[in-house]
Design a protein around this ligand. Structure first.
Ligand SMILES: *[C@@H]1O[C@H](CO)[C@@H](O)[C@H](O)[C@H]1NC(C)=O
Ligand SMILES: *[C@@H]1O[C@H](CO)[C@@H](O)[C@H](O)[C@H]1NC(C)=O
Length: 463
């Protein structure tokens, strides 16, 4: 899908991440790591303290500095190092309003600009905690230690994180699904994203983040689900935060409609993970699932539902509803429909105050464009600031690449303090972007240009 042999090849072009124009920097040797890190389910650092109620939202519980090497894009070796990497366990709020813990990973490149912070939302799309980016990003993470696991989603995302690091941004990558990986639980994702910013703003100060740092969110697909919820919840949950903006693409606006749209298709496994992830957040949905899953299909349901992104665990072209006694009525039964309406539909929790940049393939086969059209309309009639680009070319899996360059450009402008030209109003534009234009090389770097280009199937050659 997203891979081509050239994509693998291009990985070798990347030596280290840091601002491209930097001079001689203090080089930090990777800290020796003898043993591979433990996956979150086995690593006691991730444990939630018994007195979690004593902590305030966004308050630090514990932190650690980890090796300053990140996972190469694919298992091909080649060091990718950064200045330093920190992880924070902090208090947040779950979908029922209870105090819980979550984790974020803060990555600082060489020659960084500590006045710029990107909140990068990885679409890890999994209901398995061991697929969380805080683990998958680590250079020595053993994907093999998760049974049957292949390539975690995060390795597909690293080119975008790398591009931001190459611009000198500090990048924080929250495990916004929480410690239990409650994939698609919108409230949990939004709260954890907002609290991850709180903890990084506070703790980052101790290691050089400037007081008046500008920060913005970027997420595609599952990442845009988290970012969309965070943007709606920000004014009520974290009113003190002042985001410079949020770039959200391939938007997941209505999880009911997404599950129906992708069911039976090549990405059908997302429906299994989404339903299971949501059930972890809502006990009544867990009960419903236990009552309605067909006994002879339970094992396979959970095998698919606990897989990591792109790990070949099956589920492609499966009919989710054939696993349930309620068949195609499943999502309209009282319990699932009430939970989906409560924590799976955007547009009901507030109008985002931060400027938004929205990019979407009109032919998106995962998340129908109509839902995004309607959401943008709704925000706009309530005074939001939105730039909305509807790409007439491509699908969900090409837009992640073709839309990325302009999204990152928009974020760079926001973090540089450039004010949006459409404050308080909306611009919607149909565009036709089918490739990555070489003129963006100065902005994203030659290595990323090649990676993105080859991922789309272009021919390699001098730009
Ligand atoms: C969400 O999608 C479902 C299924 O298509 C639909 O019935 C429902 O009306 C949608 N909700 C909103 C707010 O559009
Ligand atoms: C299931 O639980 C959620 C969260 O408590 C609640 O909003 C919803 O109404 C419940 N559904 C039913 C059918 O009781």
């Amino acid at each position: 899908m997203l891979y081509s042999p050239l994509f693998l090849f291009a990985v070798l072009l990347i030596p280290a991440w840091g601002a491209a124009d930097g001079g001689s920097s203090s080089h930090h040797k990777p800290r020796p790591s003898n043993d591979p890190p433990l996956p979150p389910s086995q690593d006691c650092w991730y444990e939630q303290p018994a007195d979690i109620d004593e902590y305030k939202p966004g308050e630090l519980i514990r932190s650690r500095q980890i090796e300053n090497e990140l996972k190469p894009f694919i298992e091909l070796g080649g060091d990718v190092s950064v200045h330093s990497v920190y992880q924070y366990l902090f208090r947040t709020t779950d979908s029922l309003g209870n105090a819980v813990a979550a984790v974020t990973t803060l990555i600082i490149p060489y020659n960084s600009d500590p006045s710029k912070l990107l909140v990068y939302l990885v679409p890890y799309d999994s209901a398995n905690p061991d697929c969380s980016p805080s683990y998958a990003l680590r250079s020595e993470a053993e994907t093999g230690s998760i049974p049957g696991n292949g390539i975690p989603q995060v390795s597909v995302e690293l080119p975008f994180i790398a591009a931001a690091l190459n611009q000198g941004m500090w990048v924080t990558v929250p495990d916004y699904e929480g410690l239990e990986a409650q994939f698609t639980a919108g409230l949990q994702a939004g709260y954890a994203t907002l609290d991850s910013v709180r903890v990084v703003l506070k703790e980052g100060r101790k290691i050089g983040l400037t007081k008046h740092v500008r920060y913005a969110m970027w997420g595609y697909s599952g990442g845009a689900l988290a970012g969309g919820w965070a943007a709606e919840l920000q004014q009520s949950y974290a009113p003190e935060l002042r985001f410079a903006g949020a770039a959200l693409g391939g938007n997941i606006v209505n999880t009911t409609s997404v599950i129906e749209t992708l069911n039976g298709g090549p990405s059908a496994y997302l429906g299994f993970r989404g339903l299971y992830g949501l059930a972890k957040a809502y006990p009544n949905l867990t009960d419903w699932l236990n009552e309605n899953l067909l006994p002879d299909k339970q094992e396979e349901f959970f095998r698919i539902a606990t897989s990591c992104q792109f790990d070949g665990q099956g589920g492609e072209y499966q009919d989710l509803f054939s696993y349930s006694a309620t068949a195609e009525r499943s999502l309209y039964e009282p319990v699932p429909s009430s939970v989906l309406r409560w924590s799976g539909w955007l547009g009901f929790r507030g109008t985002p105050k931060m400027p938004l940049y929205v990019y979407k393939a009109v032919a998106d086969e995962i998340a129908p464009v109509e839902n995004t059209d309607e959401l943008v309309q709704k925000y706009c009639s309530n005074g939001a600031t939105v730039e909305y680009y509807r790409n007439l070319v491509g699908t969900h899996f090409t837009e992640v690449i073709t839309g990325s360059v302009n999204a990152l450009g928009w974020i760079s402008d926001r973090l540089a303090g450039v004010t949006v030209s459409n404050k308080g109003s909306c611009n919607t534009e149909d565009v036709a972007i089918s490739e990555i234009n070489p003129s963006i090389v100065p902005r994203i770097g030659v290595a990323l240009y090649f990676i993105l280009g080859s991922t789309l199937g272009d021919e390699l050659g001098p730009p």
